[in-house]
Design a protein around this ligand. Structure first.
Ligand code: IVH
Length: 664
C-alpha cells in the first residue's frame, strides 16, 4: 500500500516535471492546462495527506508560503566575471586579432548567442537536485535567492539523466516583454517608479523576500555557462549547451557557430532588426571562443574573460514631428505632458505618442509643437523624446507654457514640493476621479469585468459615480439609460460589481490608490493586519515596523485613513457590503516567541522545511545556540550545535517530538 502510494507520488512528479519541460522549455505542451492542473492537484493532495513523502524537489514546492526574513550572502565557488563590450564591427575585429594572437593561430571557432537583458544567476545542482540559486552580486559574493529561483518554472528543480555530483549552471533570469510592460503600467498607476529596463525588473523580482510575489512575475531563464563542476560535461561550449538541453535546462534556440569573425559579425548585425520578433528583450550579442582548452589559454583579466566579448546594439532612434502636446491628468492630480507625433516606425512598432516625463524635462529640451525630434527606445517600452532638432524648427513657434490651470476642471495648478510635478489640487476634479475609478476597477485591483474605461467616463460625466462607493449603489435601470448599454450588458456590469465585493483584502487596499502603495505593498499590509479595520487603526510606528514597508509608505497609509474625505468613502464601501473574505490564518502560535535551532540530518524534512515549519508555528529560527534558544531540533550527525546545547543545558528534541509539538 505504502509502496503503491510512494510510486504514484513519484510518477506524478516525473510526469509534471516532463510537462513543465515541454511547456516552459520547449514551448510544446502535450496536454491542456486543465489536465495539468488535475495532475498537480492530485500530487498536492497526496503529499498533504502523507507529509512523510514530501521532498524539496517536488514540483509542489516551487512557491514557499512564507516570506524569508532576509538575504544570506554566499561566496561563488567560481567567480562570476563580467564581459567587455564592443559597439561596432571594427571593435569586434580587434577582439578577433587579440584572440588569434593569444592562441598563436587562426584555428578556432566561435559560438554566437543573444545577450539577454536580464540578470545573471548561478544555479547549484548537487546530485541533480537544485540546492542553491544565487545572484551574481559583485561577482565574488552574491545573494541566496533560492526561494525565488524555485518559482521559475523553466528552471528544473531536478535534472534528468546522469549528471556530475556538483554542477553549477549559469544563465540569465529574464522577464518577458509583455510582463515587463504590464508590471510598469501597474507600478506607474500606483505612483511607484517604473523599472527603467527589463534587467531592473528581473533583478527587483528576484530580490523580493516573498516568493509568492516573485511567482506572479512570470520570470524565465536561459542557461549559457557552467560554474563549479565536478566532472566536465563536454570539450567545448557548444556541446555543453547541447548537453544542458538533454538535462532539461532551457537553452536559447538562437545559438550559432561561426568559423570566422566576419561570419560572426554578420550574425550579430542581423539580429539588430530581428530582435523585435522575440518576446523578451536583448541588448546585444555575445561571441565566445568555442573550445574550452582555448578559453583556458586565453584566460581572463581581473574583470572579464579574454575569450568572449559582447556586441551592444545602438539605442533605437527615429526622427519625427511633434503635432501637438497633450496634458494628461493622473489619478493623484499630476499633470503629464504627452507628445502626439507624426506616426513613425521604431523598434518594430508604430509610434504615435511619446512621453515627455514632466514639465521640467519638457522645458529642458524646449520641445515645441512643429518641432522635429529624435525619439528613442532603449530597453524601455515607451519611447522618449531625447533631442530637438532646433535647426529644423519652423518660424513662429513658441515655448510650451506650463499650464496654470487644470486642463479638465480649470482649477489653479501647484508645483510639488519636490519641484518636479505640477498638480491639480481640486479634490473634485472629474479627470482625476475618472482615473481613480479606472484604477479601482482595473485588472490589477478590484478586477471588475465589464466596467470598462468608456463606461466609467460616462458614469462620471452624468454624475452617477462621485466616488468608489457609488459604483456599488448603481441600479440596473440607471445603467440601461446610458449610451451603448443594452439590458444584458447592464446586468453583466451589476453582476461584476457585486462579485467584486468579495475580492481579497489586498486588492481592496491596492484599489484605494493610496500614494506609494501598489499591489505588492498592499499584499504585505493585508497579510500583516488581516483586516481593513486593523490597517485603519494602525499608527505610524506600527506600520513602519513592518519589513518592506518604508517610512514613506507608512506615513502615506496613516495619512490616508486620517483624511475624513477618504475615510468616509471607505466607511461607505464597507456599508454597501464590500467585505473581503477573512484571510486564512496561516500561523499557529505553538512556538510563538520561541527561538529554535535546527541541526543535523532529519528524516521527514529538509533543513529548510523544518525551519519553515518553525516559522509557520510562530517561532524564530536561529543558526547559533545560546541561552535564549528554546530548544534544538537535532537530527542524525548533529555536530557542534548539539554539543553547545548540552553544555548550556538547552533542551534538545528529536524529530518525532518536534512533529508532536507542531501538530499539537
Ligand atoms: S556569458 C564571463 N552569455 O551579460 C561571461 N552572458 O555583460 C559570462 N548575459 O553578467 C557570461 N546574455 O548577465 C553570457 N548569452 C550570454 C548572456 C550573458 C546575457 C549577461 C550576463 C553577464 C552580462 C555581462
Amino acid at each position: 500500500m505504502a509502496e503503491n502510494l510512494k510510486k504514484r507520488i513519484e510518477q506524478l512528479r516525473s510526469e509534471i516535471r516532463r510537462h513543465d519541460y515541454l511547456y516552459y522549455v520547449l514551448n510544446q505542451p502535450e496536454i491542456s492546462d486543465r489536465q495539468y492542473d488535475k495532475l498537480f492537484a492530485e500530487l498536492k493532495s497526496l503529499e498533504q495527506a502523507n507529509p512523510q513523502y514530501k521532498t524539496a524537489d517536488s514540483p509542489t514546492q516551487r512557491v514557499s508560503e512564507r516570506p524569508i526574513e532576509g538575504f544570506t550572502s554566499i561566496r561563488h565557488a567560481v567567480p562570476m566575471l563580467s564581459m567587455d563590450n564592443t559597439y561596432n564591427a571594427d571593435e569586434l575585429r580587434a577582439f578577433d586579432e587579440r584572440v588569434a594572437k593569444g592562441l598563436g593561430s587562426r584555428d578556432y571557432d566561435y559560438v554566437i548567442e543573444l545577450k539577454i537583458d536580464g540578470l545573471a544567476v548561478s544555479l547549484r545542482y548537487e546530485k541533480g537536485v537544485l540546492v542553491l540559486g544565487a545572484t551574481r552580486g559583485d561577482g565574488t559574493k552574491g545573494d541566496d535567492v533560492t526561494h525565488n529561483v524555485k518559482t521559475i518554472k523553466a528552471i528544473p528543480l531536478r535534472l534528468v539523466e546522469e549528471v556530475p555530483d556538483v554542477l553549477e549552471v549559469r544563465g540569465e533570469v529574464y522577464i518577458p516583454t509583455e510582463t515587463f510592460a504590464e508590471l510598469n503600467r501597474l507600478r506607474t498607476e500606483a505612483g511607484e517608479p517604473a523599472f527603467a529596463n527589463p534587467r531592473n525588473a528581473a533583478a527587483g523580482s528576484l530580490k523580493l523576500l516573498d516568493a509568492r510575489i516573485t511567482a506572479t512575475r512570470n520570470l524565465s531563464f536561459f542557461a549559457y555557462a557552467t560554474g563549479q563542476i565536478s566532472q566536465p560535461l563536454a570539450e567545448n561550449h557548444y556541446q555543453t549547451l547541447q548537453k544542458f538541453k538533454k538535462l532539461g535546462l532551457p537553452v536559447n534556440p538562437n545559438i550559432k557557430r561561426a568559423g570566422t569573425i566576419d561570419e560572426a559579425i554578420d550574425i550579430c548585425l542581423g539580429w539588430s532588426d530581428k530582435k523585435h520578433n522575440l518576446d523578451y528583450q536583448i541588448d546585444g550579442m555575445v561571441i565566445k571562443v568555442n573550445r574550452f582548452d582555448q578559453q583556458d589559454i586565453l584566460g581572463a583579466t581581473g574583470r572579464a574573460p579574454r575569450w568572449c566579448i559582447s556586441y551592444k546594439f545602438p539605442a533605437e532612434q527615429a526622427k519625427t514631428i511633434i503635432e501637438s502636446i497633450d496634458v494628461q491628468v493622473g489619478k493623484s492630480g499630476i499633470l503629464t505632458p504627452v507628445a502626439n507625433l507624426t506616426a513613425v516606425q521604431l523598434a518594430g512598432t508604430t509610434v504615435r505618442r511619446a512621453s515627455l516625463h514632466n514639465f521640467d524635462e519638457l522645458n529642458r529640451l524646449d520641445v515645441r509643437c512643429g518641432d522635429t525630434v529624435v525619439i528613442e527606445k532603449a530597453g524601455e517600452i515607451i519611447p522618449q523624446v531625447v533631442e530637438v532638432k532646433k535647426k529644423l524648427r519652423p518660424a513662429g513657434t513658441e515655448p510650451f507654457k506650463i499650464p496654470k490651470r487644470c486642463p479638465d476642471c480649470g482649477s489653479p495648478t501647484v508645483k510639488d514640493l519636490e519641484g518636479v510635478y505640477i498638480r491639480c489640487l481640486n479634490p473634485d476634479c472629474a479627470a482625476q476621479l475618472k482615473e481613480r475609478l479606472k484604477y479601482f476597477a482595473a485588472k490589477g485591483q478590484m478586477d471588475i469585468e465589464n466596467l470598462g474605461i468608456a463606461l466609467i467616463e460616462q458614469l462620471v460625466d452624468v454624475g452617477l459615480a462621485k466616488n468608489f462607493a457609488d459604483l456599488y449603489k448603481l441600479q440596473k435601470s440607471q445603467l440601461a439609460e446610458l449610451e451603448r448599454m443594452a439590458e444584458k450588458s447592464a446586468d453583466n456590469v451589476i453582476e461584476a460589481i457585486e462579485k467584486s465585493k468579495r475580492q481579497p483584502l489586498w486588492r481592496l487596499i491596492a484599489a484605494l490608490g493610496i500614494r506609494h502603495i501598489g499591489s505588492q505593498s498592499a499584499q504585505i499590509l493585508a497579510e500583516h493586519f488581516g483586516s481593513l479595520n486593523a490597517i485603519m487603526k494602525a499608527d505610524v510606528e506600527e506600520l513602519k515596523a513592518i519589513e518592506q514597508i518604508g517610512p514613506t509608505m507608512a506615513e502615506s497609509v496613516y495619512e490616508y485613513f486620517r483624511n475624513t474625505k477618504y475615510r468616509t468613502v471607505v466607511d461607505e464601501l464597507l456599508a454597501v457590503g464590500v467585505k473581503p473574505p477573512q484571510p486564512k490564518k496561516r500561523r499557529t502560535d505553538k512556538l510563538a516567541g520561541k527561538i529554535i535551532v535546527v541541526t543535523g540530518t532529519l528524516e521527514n524534512f529538509t533543513r529548510q522545511q523544518a525551519e519553515q515549519a518553525v516559522r509557520e508555528a510562530g517561532g524564530k529560527v536561529s543558526s547559533s545556540v545560546s541561552g535564549k534558544t528554546a530548544f534544538v531540533l537535532a537530527g542524525t550527525n548533529a555536530g557542534s550545535k548539539l554539543d553547545k546545547a548540552q553544555k548550556l543545558g538547552v533542551e534538545v528534541i528529536n524529530e518525532k517530538e518536534f512533529l508532536e509539538i507542531i501538530k499539537g
